[in-house]
Design a binder for this molecule. Structure first.
Ligand code: NDP
Length: 278
C-alpha cells in the first residue's frame, strides 16, 4: 500500500478503467512495482460505465493523468476517442494501455506481447508448432497478431463464424498460415491449444473442449488467470498447462515501461499479483 500513502503534489497518476472493476489485480502489481523502484507514481481503479466512457477519456486529459489501462468492456470503443493508435493496437482493433503524451492520448495493446513473454518464461517455443485458438474476440486477435509471426500454423475456432472468418482473413495478410477450424473433434493434432473465451470464469461453465481428446505433451493455455477446470483436466491427461496469470503480469510490465520508461522488478509484480489473488 506504500505508494498510495505517499501521494504529494508531484505524484504521477496512472490507473485502470473498466466495468466492473472491483476484482482487478492491477493496482496491487503496479503500486508494488512503483514502490520497489521508489517512483513517485500511483495506480488507481476507476469504475467507468459504457455511457461515461467519452467523459472519462476527456477527464484523463483534463486531470493530466499519465497512463491508463483499459479493460472490459471498453477496449474497442475507447479507440474512437484517441489521438493516435499504434500499429499493433490498430490491427488488433483494441487498446489496453493509454499514454498521455503532453495532452495527446496514444493507444497501445500489450496483451499479445504479454502472452508471448509468458510463453518464453515457460520455455515454450512456438516456432514449428500447429496452434489452435478457441475464441475470436479481442484477446484472440492480440494473440493471433503475435503468434502468426512465429508459429507454423494457426487454426481458429469460435461460435461466431463471421468473427472467425474475419480474423482468419486479417491474420493471413500478415502470414498465410491461418485457417478456421470447423469442429473440435481433432484437438489431439495440435501442439498447443489456447482457450481465449471466458468459459471457465464461472464454476458452472462448460469446458471449452472435450478434454478426453487431449494427449500427453500437448500444451494447454487458458487465458483465464485462475487454475480452471480445463487446466486441471489437461494436467490429468499429461498436458503442459499454463494459466493466464503470466500474461496478466507481462502485459502489465509492458504498460509500466510505456508510462515510466523503466524496467520494473517483475518478481515484485508477480508476488503482488499472487497475494492479491488469494
Ligand atoms: P471478447 O468478449 O472480446 O471475446 C470473447 C470470445 O469468446 C468471443 O469469440 C466469444 O464468442 C467467445 N465466447 C464468449 N462466451 C462464450 C461461450 N459461452 N461459449 C463459447 N464462446 C464464447 O473477450 P476477450 O477476447 O477480451 O477475452 C477472452 C478471455 O480472455 C476472457 O476470459 C478474459 O478474461 C481473458 N483475458 C485474459 C487476459 C490476461 O492477461 N490473462 C487478457 C485479456 C483477456 P462470440 O464472438 O460469439 O461472442
Amino acid at each position: 500500500m506504500g505508494a498510495t500513502l505517499k501521494i504529494n503534489g508531484k505524484t504521477k497518476i496512472t490507473g485502470i478503467i473498466g466495468c466492473p472493476i472491483k476484482h482487478t489485480l492491477s493496482p496491487a502489481m503496479h503500486n508494488a512495482a512503483y514502490e520497489s523502484l521508489s517512483l513517485d507514481y500511483c495506480y488507481v481503479p476507476f469504475l467507468v460505465s459504457p455511457d461515461a466512457l467519452e467523459d472519462a477519456i476527456k477527464a484523463i486529459k483534463a486531470l493530466n493523468i499519465l497512463g491508463i489501462n483499459v479493460t472490459v468492456p471498453h477496449k474497442e470503443k475507447v479507440m474512437t476517442y484517441l489521438d493516435e493508435t499504434d500499429r499493433e493496437a490498430a490491427f488488433i482493433g483494441a487498446v489496453n494501455t493509454l499514454v498521455n503524451s503532453d495532452g495527446r492520448l496514444i493507444g497501445y495493446n500489450t496483451d499479445g506481447r504479454g502472452f508471448m513473454q509468458s510463453l518464453a518464461e515457460n520455455a515454450i517455443d512456438t516456432r514449428d508448432k500447429d496452434i489452435l485458438i478457441i475464441g475470436a474476440g479481442g484477446a484472440a486477435r492480440a494473440l493471433g497478431y503475435s503468434l502468426v509471426q512465429e508459429a507454423k500454423s494457426l487454426s481458429l475456432f469460435g461460435r461466431s463464424k463471421m468473427r472467425v472468418h474475419n480474423l482468419v482473413h486479417d491474420l493471413n495478410r500478415i502470414k498465410n498460415s491461418v485457417s478456421s477450424c470447423m469442429d473440435l473433434s481433432a484437438v489431439g493434432r495440435y501442439h498447443m491449444i489456447i482457450n481465449a473465451t471466458p468459459l471457465g470464469l464461472k464454476k458452472e461453465d462448460p469446458l471449452p473442449l472435450d478434454t478426453s481428446s487431449l494427449k500427453p505433451g500437448q500444451i494447454v493455455y487458458d487465458l483465464i488467470y485462475k487454475r480452471t477446470r480445463l487446466l486441471e483436466h489437461a494436467s490429468e491427461r499429461g498436458c503442459v498447462t499454463v494459466s493466464g496469470l503470466g500474461m496478466l503480469l507481462w502485459q502489465g510490465v509492458f504498460a509500466f515501461e510505456l508510462w515510466t520508461g523503466r524496467r520494473p522488478d517483475v518478481e515484485v509484480m508477480r508476488n503482488a499479483l499472487l497475494q492479491a489473488d488469494r
